[in-house]
Design a protein around this ligand. Structure first.
Ligand SMILES: *[C@@H]1O[C@H](CO)[C@@H](O)[C@H](O)[C@H]1NC(C)=O
Ligand SMILES: *[C@@H]1O[C@H](CO)[C@@H](O)[C@H](O)[C@H]1NC(C)=O
Ligand SMILES: *[C@@H]1O[C@H](CO)[C@@H](O)[C@H](O)[C@H]1NC(C)=O
Ligand SMILES: *[C@@H]1O[C@H](CO)[C@@H](O)[C@H](O)[C@H]1NC(C)=O
Ligand SMILES: *[C@@H]1O[C@H](CO)[C@@H](O)[C@H](O)[C@H]1NC(C)=O
Ligand SMILES: *[C@@H]1O[C@H](CO)[C@@H](O)[C@H](O)[C@H]1NC(C)=O
Ligand SMILES: *[C@@H]1O[C@H](CO)[C@@H](O)[C@H](O)[C@H]1NC(C)=O
Ligand SMILES: CC(=O)N[C@H]1CO[C@H](CO)[C@@H](O)[C@@H]1O
Length: 463
């Protein structure tokens, strides 16, 4: 049963269970939908409204405009990932809601980094993966605006990252940590492949970036990082002879994700379906893993099954650096129930990165004659997160306020009462302020930027 109320303009909601809010961007109208379980209707305006509510809450709770980043005390790369999702939201919905904020972030963050001035700005950081996240955000911004300024920044970043490629050890690959040059890992190389192939697809007549992307993928494929289960461990360990092998460090979801996006870009560049086949093999291995997908929900199982210690890589902002070294590799039997509340702030964002890149593959892959083979998985995860992992709430904005400075965030989950009046103009406007925790199957306890941006990645993936 659905109750539909068309209101004259975007109107606040009280996100009590069973009420989902949706907004018709075309007409500026809003509707309130009553559904049995507060479920989203995938691929329509409900998901768009849920994604927007997630961005608004992320801004309200975590954005520091004076520092031009979200949660400035947390790792810098997280804001780069969040930025990509906000840009993708605008591109997919054909809106410009956050473009001023995004430009402010880029303008500030591309400055000479106080903690790594050696890079001379434009996102050239002390680890190649950190540069990679921001460079991909610049590619997304180019796609949104067609402004060459942004592509030029990502071109500079590619050169910077590639300068940390060496043939020895390991027969190739990019170092993740610029200061120590000790660790060739999955994420730095996956980001590089995606970036180089993305540049090729956006630069007329390019041959250089395609050749480099193909070289990097060819190396990656044979490097040993992809294990016998077609899942990717954290990185490589080198012997004194210069030979390298899989270091058996955890199978993080984002390491199964970014490579999918890179292989899709390589397919777009070449129309060679071998890239889609390789991506589909990895994606299939994730979706059929009882550890990474528990009861249908993508799960960062390594957080909960290992004693957090280790600093095998030393990049402070590199997620891999803070990962544990518990060695168990994936097996076919389900382990103990994962406790994702043990995920550190880096690890909390990983699943959203996987989802975003799985969506990129979904747009091109065909499985068993069916297009969009991963859409139902993504939609199911979005439903789960929306229904079980969300703290519904709202922000009260004073009627005469032009900003959210006078906000008062509260929550009304399950009460059905709310606290605002919901009457017409003048009483103040209430905007959705949904927050999310780390485990997509819930429960909600508290939010962080990384948890929030992870779900944002998931919701934008289903748009
Ligand atoms: C960045 O800062 C460093 C150290 O202060 C300085 O040497 C360098 O010239 C600066 N680079 C730019 C592009 O401003
Ligand atoms: C981008 O870089 C090219 C080559 O360096 C330069 O000619 C062009 O002016 C740049 N465009 C912008 C908008 O910065
Ligand atoms: C497609 O790529 C694969 C592996 O990279 C290569 O072996 C094959 O020759 C390519 N096919 C074509 C038609 O170029
Ligand atoms: C599995 O997921 C379904 C919904 O998809 C839920 O109803 C059920 O409670 C879950 N089971 C467990 C054991 O979490
Ligand atoms: C709203 O207007 C009232 C009356 O002019 C004023 O007292 C109040 O400070 C205003 N609030 C904001 C947030 O601007
Ligand atoms: C927020 O709103 C609640 C309910 O109206 C009120 O009791 C509380 O004092 C407000 N908090 C702040 C910080 O304004
Ligand atoms: C958030 O919830 C987790 C899991 O219950 C808990 O360990 C952590 O201390 C909480 N953090 C805050 C800031 O409340
Ligand atoms: C997550 C959260 O903040 N939940 C709170 C929502 O409001 C109820 C009633 O005030 C509290 O009991 C919850 O702790």
């Amino acid at each position: 049963m659905r109750l539909r109320l068309l209101l004259a303009r975007v109107w606040p909601l009280w996100s009590i269970k069973g009420l989902a809010y949706s907004e018709d961007a075309q007409h500026g109208d809003a509707e309130l939908d009553s559904t049995e379980m507060g479920l989203l209707r995938p691929r329509d305006s409900d998901v768009r409204a849920a994604a927007k509510a997630t961005i608004d809450a992320m801004n309200d709770k975590f954005y520091d405009s004076s520092k031009a980043s979200w949660s400035p005390s947390e790792p810098w790369w997280l804001s780069g990932v969040a930025l990509s999702s906000v840009i993708e939201y605008m591109r997919k919905t054909g809106t410009n809601d956050y473009v001023d904020q995004v430009k402010h972030i880029i303008q500030t963050q591309r400055g000479n980094l106080s903690w790594w001035p050696q890079g001379n700005g434009d996102f050239r950081a002390d680890s190649t993966d950190d540069t990679g996240w921001w460079a991909l955000a610049m590619v997304a911004m180019y796609d949104l605006t067609q402004d060459q300024t942004y592509l030029n920044i990502s071109i500079e970043d590619e050169a910077y990252i590639y300068s940390y490629w060496t043939d020895k050890p390991c027969g190739g690959g990019i170092y993740v940590d610029i200061k120590k040059k000790t660790y060739k890992n999955a994420i730095a190389n996956e980001l590089y492949i995606k970036l180089a192939a993305s540049l090729h697809n956006r630069i007329n007549g390019d041959t250089e970036y395609l050749a480099k992307a193909e070289k990097a993928w060819s190396w990656f494929k044979g490097s040993g990082m992809i294990n016998g289960d077609n899942l990717i461990n954290d990185g490589l360990i080198s012997s004194s002879s210069g030979a390298c092998s899989n270091n058996k460090l955890p199978i993080w979801t984002y390491n199964q994700g970014v490579i999918l996006g890179g292989l899709v870009e390589l397919f777009i560049a070449t129309q060679n379906t071998s890239y889609l086949d390789a991506a589909s093999t990895i994606a299939g291995a994730v979706l059929s893993s009882p550890l990474l997908v528990q009861n249908g929900t993508l799960t960062e199982y390594s957080c909960g099954t290992s004693s957090a210690s280790s600093s095998s890589s030393s990049s402070s902002a590199s997620s891999s650096s803070s990962s544990s070294s518990s060695s168990s590799s994936s097996s076919s039997s389900a382990g103990p129930k994962t406790d994702e509340s043990l995920c550190n702030t880096d690890q909390q964002i990983f699943k959203g990165i996987f989802a975003a890149n799985l969506a990129a593959l979904d747009a091109y892959a065909v499985a068993g004659g069916n297009s969009r083979p991963y859409a139902s998985f993504l939609a199911q995860n979005a439903q789960t997160a929306y229904a079980l992992d969300r703290r519904a709430g709202f922000v009260v904005v004073a009627a005469n306020s032009t900003s959210t400075s006078s906000t008062n965030t509260t929550n009304s989950t399950g009460t059905g009462t709310g606290t605002g009046t919901g009457t017409g103009t003048g009483a103040g406007q209430r905007l959705a302020a949904d927050l999310y925790d780390v485990g997509w199957a819930g429960p909600f306890r508290n939010a962080t930027l990384a948890k929030q941006a992870s779900v944002l990645g998931l919701l934008v993936a289903t748009l």
